[in-house]
Ligand binder design. Structure first.
Ligand code: ZN
Length: 400
C-alpha cells in the first residue's frame, strides 16, 4: 500500500498551493505520524515536493510546510479535433508551460494526422527544453467513439476515413511515452475538474462546440464515462422537429441543426452572402462559418438570426441533460466557442431556465471555459497526471 498512500499524500499537497505540514497531512490522510513522515521523506527524495518555510500554529515547534515541486514532472496533452490539433505541456501544478495549434491535415489520412501530432509533441519538448525523462506521458483527446481498452479510435463521424485506428499504440511507439486515450468531451471535463476551486464535489455539463457537438458530464466531482468510456453522445437529441433529416433517421437532431455545415447552409438559403461553399471541404465550411459568425457580430440581421436560433436549439439539448441529471451548472467550450460566446451567453441562460423543471432553474449558471481553446488538450494532459497520482485509480505510474 506504500504506493497508494504516497499518491494520497501527494494529491493532498497538490491541492493545497500554500502547502501543508506533516501534522495536517496526517490528519487529512488518516495515516500515522511515522508513516506520514516516511512518505514525506520519499516524496522529498524523489523531488516531487519541497520543504518551503515554516508556519507557527499555536504553541510548540513551528511546522515545516510541504509544497508541490511543479517542475518535478510534466504531462503532454494533444487534442485531435477534425479542424485543429492543439498540444500543451503542463507542469505538475497544472500550469500550461507552452502550447501550439496546427491545422488538422486534409484529407484526414490517419498516418498524416498522427505524423502532425508526433511532430507537435517533439517541437513542444524542444521549444520548452523540458527533460523527456520528467514527462509522465501523453494524453490524447479524440472524437469518439473510442475503444478505450485497446486504445483505438473506432469510427468518429467527423474523422473521415478513420476506422479502428490504433492511436494509442501509434503515438506511444512514435514518441516513446506512455499514452492515455480519452474521448474529447471527457478530457474537457477532466480539465474543468482540475481547474475547479470548489471545496465540494461539483455537478456540471461541459458543452463542446466543434465540428461536432458533445457533452462531458461531471457528477459528484468525477467524470461520468459510462460503460465503454463513450458517454456524452448527445448529437441525436431532437431540437427541431421540422429540421433536416439526420443520418440516424430522425429529423432535427442537434448535431445536424447546430453544427457549422448546417448553419452555413441555412444562412445561404436565408440569403446571407457567404460566397460559394464547397460542402465537401471541411476547411471551406469552417471558413464560411467563421464569416457567418463575423457577420452576426457586425450586426448583419440575417446572420444574427441564424446564430441566435442555434443558441436556442443548443439550449434545448442542454436542458434535456440538466433535467435528466438535475444539474445546475453548464460550461461551454470547444474550437467554435470564442465565435459564439457572445450570443450564447446572452441567450442560453434564459432559454435554459425556461426549459428546466427543477426548483433551482433560476440559479442555473452558464459560463465559458476559463481554459479557452486549449481545454481538451489540457484535460488530456491532466488525465495523465490523474492516472499517475489519483489515489482512486488502478494504474499508479509512480508505484514502486
Ligand atoms: Zn440524428
Amino acid at each position: 500500500m506504500g504506493g497508494f498512500n504516497q499518491t494520497v499524500v501527494l494529491d493532498a499537497i497538490r491541492r493545497s498551493p500554500d502547502g501543508l505540514s506533516r501534522v495536517e497531512l496526517a490528519d487529512i490522510s488518516g495515516l500515522s505520524a511515522q508513516t506520514l513522515s516516511n512518505i514525506a521523506r520519499r516524496l522529498l527524495d524523489e523531488g516531487l515536493i519541497l520543504e518551503s518555510g515554516k508556519i507557527q500554529l499555536g504553541p510548540g515547534k513551528p511546522r515545516t510546510l510541504l509544497t508541490l515541486n511543479p517542475s518535478a514532472r510534466f504531462a503532454i496533452g494533444v487534442h485531435l479535433d477534425p479542424a485543429v490539433i492543439t498540444t500543451v505541456i503542463l507542469d505538475l501544478s497544472g500550469r500550461v508551460v507552452s502550447h501550439s495549434a496546427r491545422r488538422t491535415p486534409q484529407p484526414m489520412d490517419a498516418d498524416a494526422v498522427i505524423g502532425v501530432m508526433v511532430e507537435a509533441v517533439s517541437d513542444l519538448l524542444t521549444e520548452t527544453g523540458v527533460d523527456a525523462r520528467r514527462v509522465l506521458g501523453v494524453g490524447v483527446a479524440s472524437p469518439g467513439p473510442i475503444d478505450s481498452d485497446h486504445g483505438i479510435v473506432v469510427d468518429p463521424p467527423h474523422l473521415l476515413g478513420w476506422e479502428r485506428v490504433p492511436l494509442r499504440k501509434a503515438l506511444s511507439t512514435a514518441t516513446g511515452f506512455p499514452v492515455v486515450l480519452e474521448k474529447d468531451v471527457a478530457a474537457t471535463a477532466v480539465a474543468e475538474i482540475w481547474g475547479s476551486h470548489s471545496e465540494s464535489p461539483e455537478n456540471f455539463i461541459f458543452v463542446y462546440l466543434g465540428t461536432g457537438i458533445g457533452m462531458g458530464l461531471v457528477s459528484g466531482g468525477a467524470v461520468l464515462r459510462g460503460t465503454s468510456q463513450n458517454a456524452g453522445e448527445v448529437g441525436h437529441i431532437v431540437v427541431d422537429p421540422d429540421g433536416p433529416v439526420c443520418f440516424c433517421g430522425l429529423r432535427g437532431c442537434v448535431a445536424v441543426t447546430c453544427m457549422p455545415q448546417n448553419l452555413v447552409e441555412e444562412a445561404v438559403r436565408a440569403g446571407v452572402h457567404l460566397g460559394p461553399v464547397d460542402k465537401t471541404d471541411p476547411s471551406a465550411v469552417e471558413e464560411a462559418f467563421l464569416e457567418l459568425c463575423a457577420k452576426a457580430r457586425r450586426g448583419d440581421s440575417g446572420a444574427g438570426a441564424i446564430i441566435d436560433r442555434s443558441a436556442t436549439r443548443v439550449a434545448k439539448a442542454v436542458s434535456v441533460l440538466t433535467n435528466a441529471l438535475d444539474f445546475d451548472r453548464v460550461i461551454f467550450g470547444g474550437p467554435y466557442w470564442p465565435m459564439l460566446s457572445e450570443t450564447y451567453l446572452a441567450l442560453v441562460p434564459a432559454a435554459l431556465r425556461k426549459l428546466t423543471v427543477a426548483p433551482h432553474a433560476s440559479d442555473i449558471r452558464v459560463e465559458g471555459t476559463a481554459f479557452g481553446t486549449d481545454v481538451g488538450a489540457i484535460g488530456a494532459a491532466c488525465a495523465v497526471f490523474d492516472n499517475a497520482f489519483s489515489p482512486d485509480t488502478r494504474s499508479l505510474l509512480l508505484q514502486h
